[in-house]
Design a binder for this molecule. Structure first.
Ligand SMILES: Cc1cc2nc3c(=O)[nH]c(=O)nc-3n(C[C@H](O)[C@H](O)[C@H](O)COP(=O)(O)O)c2cc1C
Length: 448
């Protein structure tokens, strides 16, 4: 089968990181981020366009300077359970932290979404970016990288074990024989590991796709290794064509090194296409969006997020960039390291750092429908992604993409013209994991 592009939609309500001016746009409802109707409409539009998934990101720490969407938003699994009953085919990916959830609870909630949606659930495993989250869970400090990612790996392993609690034919529900459950097909987990002790079994059977699809979003060494070991999808930052190529090759190589088929992980890069009837019109709109968002105080606050929500407004903006590397040790270390390195190399002031981070950068996916389709095709052929996680400024931008770019990709054989499957796994062409007990009967009753 020819390789085709996967598309996901990533709604940002009243404005995510950097989208400081979005909530002021008269077309954006001021309650979008807490309006289930908004998410249902987004999901239905994406489903109408045959997208693979709706992707909901999340966080659990704020202060008053956080992005508008973060200040007031719905919890992903609750949100997607409501979306599930208003859609039929589109995948539903929920971000949930392995640092601040117990595996049993997560296994149950994700499997519930998988049943409610008929096998369309995915879990974006994050270890939580915001260090301040720890204080919402009774911990003085965010766990360090090694512990967070160790916990993430074990969490996925335990959760997958719990999802296999029942073999597929565990419920004969045979009235004549008076057998509801075939008890031999119910398996406890009895997991004892470094981070968790979980007896199991889970009180929920497998869904039509076997198990929810595991996604991961993290760019550090630890994040990449976690992806190579257990992820089936990645939400990657993208960046330039060369950076995306490097990331794509690196992950697929790590997959092969881990003994997995590199095709069994679908790498989605972030994309914010801006489409207009002409290239010039799209460039104009791109500049207009930049101007709407360009606010020094908001950019300064956003910079602080990667340094444990540090308040940079306490420093002289025209003084040297302060020595704050230690504040990112447990949080956004990968991104912070790049910022610090550049500030040192170019002797930048705080103001200059903010300006370089938030500077106007041409996005690759901007132009007329043909230009954007050409760029997507070039990037896809260059081995930069399997899919794009699309974020649109407004519904109008989504419409322009769906009506203009999608038909061109379809004509070129790069995107589906109808759903070939009913499950998220099916859309992503990922194998259904066999139940471990059915596959390897000798493992019955042992640790998962
Ligand atoms: C594209 C992308 C999306 C992410 N989405 C989330 C998210 O929704 N919630 C969250 O807590 N972290 C999110 N992260 C952050 C990661 O979970 C991770 O904590 C962060 O990138 C720092 O770890 P790293 O150095 O491994 O990248 C995202 C990261 C990337 C690259």
């Amino acid at each position: 089968m020819p390789r085709t592009i996967h598309l996901a939609l990533h709604p940002y309500g009243v404005g995510g990181p950097g989208q400081h001016g979005l909530w002021k746009d008269p077309r954006v409802a001021k309650n979008a981020s807490i309006d289930i109707g908004y998410y249902i409409r987004q999901a239905q539009a994406a489903e109408h366009a045959l997208f693979d998934a709706l992707f909901i990101v999340d966080s659990q720490f704020i202060n008053s300077t956080y992005p508008s969407h973060y200040l007031n938003r719905l919890e992903p699994l609750t949100l997607l359970s409501a979306v599930a009953v208003h859609t039929n085919r589109i995948g539903l990916v929920a971000t949930a932290s392995s640092t601040y959830n117990s595996p049993f609870n997560l296994a149950r909630r994700l499997a519930s979404l998988d049943h409610i949606s008929g096998g369309r659930a995915g879990w974006n495993v994050v270890t939580s970016f915001d260090t301040g989250t720890s204080r919402n869970y009774g911990l003085d400090e965010h766990l360090d990288y090694a512990t967070r990612y160790g916990r993430a790996l074990e969490s996925v392993q335990v959760i997958r074990g719990l999802w296999d609690s029942y073999e597929d034919d565990a419920f004969p529900a045979d009235v004549a024989r008076d057998v509801f459950l075939d008890a031999a097909k119910l398996h406890p987990l009895d997991h004892v590991g470094e981070h968790f002790r979980v007896a199991g079994p889970l009180n929920l059977s497998r869904s039509p796709q076997g198990q929810p699809v595991i996604f991961q979003a993290g760019v550090s060494e630890e994040g990449r290794n976690l992806a190579a070991q257990v992820a089936e999808g990645i939400y990657a930052p993208g960046g330039s064509l060369e950076q995306a190529q490097e990331y794509y090759r690196d992950i697929k190589r790590r997959m092969a090194d881990a003994g997995r088929d590199p095709d069994h992980i679908k790498i989605f890069i972030h994309g914010g296409p801006i489409v207009a009837p002409t290239d010039e019109g799209a460039r104009h709109r791109e500049r207009e969006i930049f101007d709407e968002d360009n606010d020094f105080a908001s950019n300064l606050a956003l910079l602080g997020r990667g340094f444990g929500a540090h308040d940079f407004s306490q420093y002289d903006p025209d003084g040297p960039f302060p020595d704050v590397a230690h504040l990112a040790e447990r949080g956004g270390r990968t991104g912070a390291a790049k910022i610090i390195e550049r500030a040192r190399r170019e002797s930048l002031t705080l103001r200059q750092v903010v300006e370089t981070v938030a500077d106007f950068k041409h996005s690759p996916f901007v132009g007329s429908p043909t230009t954007v389709a050409d760029t997507i095709e070039t990037w896809f052929d260059a081995g930069t992604f399997d899919g794009i996680n699309l974020a649109f400024r407004t519904d109008r931008e989504l419409e322009l993409f769906v009506d203009g770019v999608v038909p061109i990709l379809q004509k070129r054989g790069l995107f589906r013209t109808e759903y070939e499957a009913d499950t998220l796994r099916g859309h992503l062409r990922l194998p259904v994991p066999a139940n471990r007990y059915a596959r390897e009967p000798e493992l019955v009753g042992t640790q998962g």
